[in-house]
Design a protein around this ligand. Structure first.
Ligand code: HEM
Length: 303
């Protein structure tokens, strides 16, 4: 189905949505939008991004889309993935921490990685991962329930929980002690390097921005950290026993056509991708779900 046909299909039910961020504005100039992107890339599109299912805009000569409808998302990400690319600024900001992993891979490389990783995410594999999720959630609930009467930064608590789940499901309990370093790396990147600056947005791809130098230095430390984790995890041999976590599942993954496994470098990028892509999104979704529930006592505390 073409994008035009997809656009013509009837609108689905409107979801209950969080309030618009205060800076969202309909009529930002290109420069205003550049400034807004640093704070919240979606808000820089204005309220339409939260109200409409598909919007298209042009920004510095490029067409970009916001898609809020499953069939349109499938059209772009699955059925016609070769026709769409990520923005150069997005790649510039994400590559130092995600490398060549699944989220940033494009075209044939994406297809190969996708089919190699698919068995690690089938429903059956979830039974390996769910116990790690439950134990991390139990710990978070216990910690929150002991803070009775004291205000809680729910965003921070959910980020901690999601990162804990991402770490434990990836590497099991044995390397939980690396959790603090993992959090520090992620927080450092988020605070210092993940927000695009003006030059990140306007320089042509391949021209390094001043921030890129800091990002390259970060990448060197990050990949060393990842290599250490992987070496340590590999040393905890499991014999022929059942997989214990996502790492075991990803080590066992083979490209169904070539039979190739991931190299250690590729594994490092996939591990980084799963941890990063898996925690920020879920933390934000959990935060908003809990916040919206808190506004509706009848929903979370039915009589
Ligand atoms: C509420 C939770 C989540 C949301 C809202 C979310 C959202 C998204 C979105 C919008 C994309 C497409 C991004 C793009 O290509 O531009 C994506 C891709 C991806 N997400 Fe998530 N995600 C969530 C949870 C997770 C979790 C838990 C993991 C890992 C365990 C994960 C791993 C990935 C990966 C690897 C991709 C790239 C997939 C590909 O290109 O084939 N996500 N996610």
């Amino acid at each position: 189905m073409s994008l035009a046909e997809t656009l013509e299909r009837p609108a689905a039910r409107k979801p209950l949505i969080p309030p618009f961020p205060p800076r969202a504005s309909e009529n930002l100039s290109a420069w205003g939008r550049l400034a807004a992107i640093r704070n919240n890339a979606i808000a820089s599109w204005g309220p339409r991004a939260y109200e409409e299912e598909i919007i298209c805009g042009r920004f510095f000569g490029r067409s970009s889309f916001i898609l809020n409808r499953p069939d349109a998302i499938k059209h772009v990400l699955v059925d016609n993935y070769e026709n769409y690319t990520r923005t150069p600024a997005g790649i510039r900001v994400l590559q130092p921490i995600l490398g060549e992993g699944l989220l940033l891979a494009e075209g044939r490389a994406w297809k190969n990685q996708r089919r190699t990783l698919a068995p690690a995410f089938v429903p059956r594999a979830m039974s390996t991962l769910v116990p790690h999720m439950l134990s991390a959630t139990d710990d978070a609930v216990t910690a929150l329930s002991t803070s009775c009467g004291v205000p809680v930064d729910l965003r921070e608590a959910m980020q901690r929980l999601a990162l804990d789940i991402a770490g434990r499901t990836m590497f099991s309990f044995e390397i939980e002690r690396h959790g603090t370093s993992l959090r520090n790396f992620v927080n450092e990147y988020g605070a210092r390097l993940a927000r695009p600056r003006f030059l990140d947005l306007v320089l042509p791809p391949g021209w390094p921005s001043p921030q890129d130098i800091s990002r390259a230095l970060f990448r060197r430390r990050w990949t060393r950290f990842m290599r250490g984790l992987i070496a340590e995890r590999r040393a905890m041999s499991n014999g022929d026993a059942a997989p214990r976590d996502l790492f075991d599942l990803m080590v066992a993954a083979r490209d169904p056509e070539t039979g190739r496994a991931f190299t250690d470098e590729q594994l490092g990028d996939q591990v980084s991708t799963m941890i990063l892509a898996g925690h920020e999104t879920t933390a934000t979704a959990l935060f908003w779900a809990l916040y919206l529930l808190s506004l509706d006592p009848a929903a979370y505390c039915p009589a």
